[in-house]
Ligand binder design. Structure first.
Ligand code: NAP
Length: 351
């Protein structure tokens, strides 16, 4: 099968995904019978171009790498904003990878609604729209007979969402807990080595793990959005990030870390969601965990999640939670899943 893709957002993730598409082109064809044609790229920084014949994506990466504009270097319909871009492109799938906004979900929310309403499948790594409007978007997708896939929104390519939806299908999940933010876990790990909070934050910023404005991470908005996404899948709830009890790591002192270590404990920023009677609750707070426990062994930028289930007990997953390659892998896995869903439905209708 051939799938035509339109990419919105050609930053770290959009380009990471494109690099994987180039490297794995033959593999995708031989293993999954999947041929991918990128028919448009739309980005605020690098410009916007649509060409239904397909774009040379090796050239697109080179153009962007050399700081040039896609609009100058490619033929096609140029200069469109994302909404018109979706209208004009003949894509089967829109890949949405613009930046996250946890208050409004924009601009991704508008892009995703537009694409789904136009009968296009959507794959996104943008957690804003999914944390704020999962119910609305999934019901829109259902009503239009298209798929909305978003496995890269939590733990990037490490399949936390796919494990929950597919791997644990049929299990009753009563609790989800995780270290879902690599930046804060890195800072806490560095503090164990003797750095103060400010020194550890600066170190994380220098290594590119933390933004210049680190609020989303250190005040725990990012893991709050992620636990909302997991909870709403696990418990069919309709939580929003503002419903999460939230305390970040800003106030943790070196003495707190040292004192915990002396008692065989580590301080970790743990996100939890659980069923409490008829309601679902969620929180992200620093917790002391035993050094030898599962979460106690998760250090540096690594992420981890635990699902408490009826049939399997506690199920654990650990892996990298950020990076262009990792999030690109999440998009690829979603694309392969979409391809197999479409192949199967073709088989069913041809019977
Ligand atoms: N990087 C990761 O490790 C990672 C992992 C998992 C999930 N994610 C999520 O994936 C998304 C993309 O992340 P990223 O790291 O690739 O961010 P990024 O490097 O900042 O790239 C986002 C790109 O989207 C462009 N953009 C913003 N608004 C746009 C619009 N309205 N129309 C077209 N283009 C627009 C930006 O242009 P300007 O720069 O000019 O604004 C930028 O080039 C985010 O939502 C992020 O939270 C990232």
């Amino acid at each position: 099968m051939e799938l035509k893709l339109a990419l919105i957002g050609f930053g770290v993730v959009g380009r990471g995904f494109t690099g994987i598409l180039i490297r794995k082109r033959d593999y995708l064809l031989s293993k999954y019978n999947l041929r991918v044609r990128v028919v448009g790229i739309c980005d605020l920084k690098y410009g916007s171009v649509v060409n239904s014949e397909g774009l040379d994506i090796i050239k697109a990466l080179e153009v962007v790498r050399s700081g040039k504009s896609l609009e100058k270097e490619f033929d096609g319909v140029k200069g469109l904003g994302a909404v018109e871009f979706i209208d004009v492109s003949n894509a089967d799938v829109v890949v949405e990878a613009t930046w996250t906004n946890l208050e409004t979900g924009e601009p991704g929310l508008t892009h995703i609604k537009k694409a789904l309403s136009s009968g296009k499948h959507v794959i996104t790594t943008n957690k804003g729209p999914i944390a704020l409007a999962y119910r609305e978007l999934s019901s829109l997708a259902r009503s239009k007979g298209v798929k909305l896939l978003f496995s890269g929104t939590v733990m990037s390519g490490t399949p936390s969402i796919r494990t929950l939806i597919r791997g644990l299908a049929g299990c009753y999940v009563s609790e989800v807990a995780g270290i879902l933010n690599g930046t804060t876990n890195y800072i806490l790990t560095k503090m164990e080595e003797g750095l103060t909070f400010n020194e550890a934050l600066r170190d994380a910023q220098m290594k590119g793990y933390a933004e210049a404005d680190p609020t989303m991470d250190i005040d725990a908005w990012d893991p709050a959005a992620k636990i909302v996404i997991l909870a709403n899948i696990a418990f069919d709830s309709d939580l929003k990030p503002k419903d999460v009890i939230r305390k970040g790591i800003r106030d943790i002192k070196l003495d707190n870390i040292k004192d915990a270590l002396r008692r065989g404990k580590r301080i970790k920023l743990i996100a939890r969601a659980w069923v409490d009677g008829n309601t679902v609750k969620a929180k992200v707070t620093p917790e002391e965990v035993d050094i030898n426990s599962f979460f106690g062994q998760v250090t540096g930028t690594v992420n981890a999640v635990m699902y408490r289930t009826d049939s399997l007990g506690d199920v654990y997953l650990i892996g990298r939670g950020a990076g262009g390659e990792e999030a690109g892998q999440a998009i690829l896995a979603d694309l392969i899943e979409l391809n197999s869903i479409l192949e199967e439905s073709k088989l069913l209708t041809s019977r």
